[in-house]
Write a protein that binds this ligand. Structure first.
Ligand code: HEC
Length: 99
């Protein structure tokens, strides 16, 4: 009897730990199946991890994504043309923009 209680508690603990790990995993970026999402992934991954986008999303908001993408292009030479930049900025502002 005592033994089964121990097993039960262990099972519950592992279950909670498991769901916590799943939650943690959900903070990873989920990319939609869209042209803009694919564009961001293909253009922004060439120099650094896509995590950079999410890591800085709390600081970079709304219109600032335009400045950020311009910085990647002008300061770091990201190979992104005007049309692509427009789509990327719109996508990032909507996804990570906040207000
Ligand atoms: C030509 C290379 C290059 C490309 C392409 C590029 N970046 Fe960057 N990015 C950089 C460099 C260099 C840094 C600064 C790295 C560091 O500080 O470690 C950076 C840093 C960042 C940061 C962190 C904040 C900052 O300003 O330092 C963000 C956010 C970011 N990039 C977003 C993007 C996005 C969004 C794209 C796609 C539109 C992109 N980058 C494409 C080179 C690039």
């Amino acid at each position: 009897m005592k033994h089964s209680i121990v097993v039960m508690i262990a099972t519950i603990t592992l279950g909670l730990l498991g769901s916590w790990l799943c939650l943690a995993d959900e903070t990873k970026i989920v990319w939609e199946n869209s042209d803009a999402a694919r564009l961001v992934q293909s253009r922004c991954i060439t120099c650094h991890s896509l995590d950079y986008i999410q890591m800085n999303a709390g600081v970079i908001k709304g219109a600032n994504w335009e400045a950020e993408v311009n910085k990647m292009r002008k300061a770091y030479g990201a190979p992104i043309n005007d049309e692509e930049a427009k789509q990327i900025v719109a996508y990032l502002s909507q996804k990570f923009g906040g207000e």
